[in-house]
Ligand binder design. Structure first.
Ligand code: C5P
Length: 249
């Protein structure tokens, strides 16, 4: 009995202390610039994010070149369209070699479900993640979009969208670090939480509103943190990445 108890406590501890991974957002027009940042950062970081800016400038080759460097790629194109268009788009996105793809949860349950089902048939290992409320929005800007005059908060809306995504079988959500606890409680520990809006305490906030430091986000149980400008606009991206990794470890 005692041995069992020790074993289960150990398992619980391991579960609670799951490792947070860093995704570096390569938001640039220059493929050589993006690859050079990935190269300078080296083996310390496995995951890189190709977003709209890099993808619209260079297309699938950006993903393919990162894959040929042995990297994992989050292709952040945030699809939001009718179900058929989105399901075809996520399958095409998976063909680039991306390991993680996303859609907007506000596209609705049917859109998310059809996309996940299509991906399951063709590329079952690719993670499909739903964007909830952008981290650049605060409660007031959300209420303006939703045309609400009450006290509805972005945390409430994030939780609602996360539950929708979980119900139709998505692998996780993108949300701000402030909503980690509420989503964990609603969606369980296997649901992946991808957290942008991360700022080391000495860096500039830029256009982000619901921000948190890497250490706080990791302590709250983020599976992935996404960091862009604090790394990519630094004179020494490798050392900023290093210090973020030290914080989350
Ligand atoms: O430069 P910064 O660290 O603010 O970059 C954050 C990245 O995460 C950007 O590429 C942005 O598109 C993305 N993102 C976000 N908020 C979301 C979803 C994605 O900031 N809700």
């Amino acid at each position: 009995y005692k041995l069992n108890k020790v074993f289960f406590l150990y398992l619980y501890k391991m579960k609670a202390q799951k490792q947070t991974q860093l995704i570096v957002a390569l938001d640039t027009n220059s493929i050589e610039g993006a690859l050079s940042i990935a190269d300078r950062i080296g083996n310390k970081v496995d995951w890189f994010k190709v977003g709209k800016q890099l993808f619209c400038s260079h297309g699938p080759i950006a993903v393919k070149r990162l894959k040929s460097m042995g990297k994992k790629v989050f292709l952040d194109l945030k699809f939001h369209d009718i179900p058929n268009t989105v399901s075809q788009a996520v399958c095409a996105a998976a063909e680039t070699g991306a390991d993680m793809i996303n859609v907007h949860a506000s596209g609705g349950s049917e859109m998310m479900k059809v996309a996940k089902d299509a991906l399951k048939k063709k590329n079952p290992d690719v993670l499909l993640i739903a964007v909830t409320v952008l981290t650049s929005m605060d409660d007031e800007s959300l209420r303006l979009v939703l045309d609400r005059n009450d006290n509805y908060t972005s945390a409430q809306h994030v939780s609602h969208l996360a539950k929708l995504a979980k119900t139709v079988g998505l692998d996780g959500v993108v949300a701000s670090a402030h909503e980690i606890e509420i989503i964990r409680n609603a969606c369980g520990s296997n649901f992946k939480l991808v957290i942008p809006g991360i700022r080391p305490s000495d860096s500039s906030i830029n256009d982000q509103k619901r921000i948190m430091t890497p250490a706080e986000a990791a302590l709250r149980g983020a599976d992935f943190i996404v960091v862009g400008r604090p790394i990519t606009q630094s004179a020494d991206p490798a050392s900023v990445a290093d210090s973020i990794l030290r914080e989350i470890n």
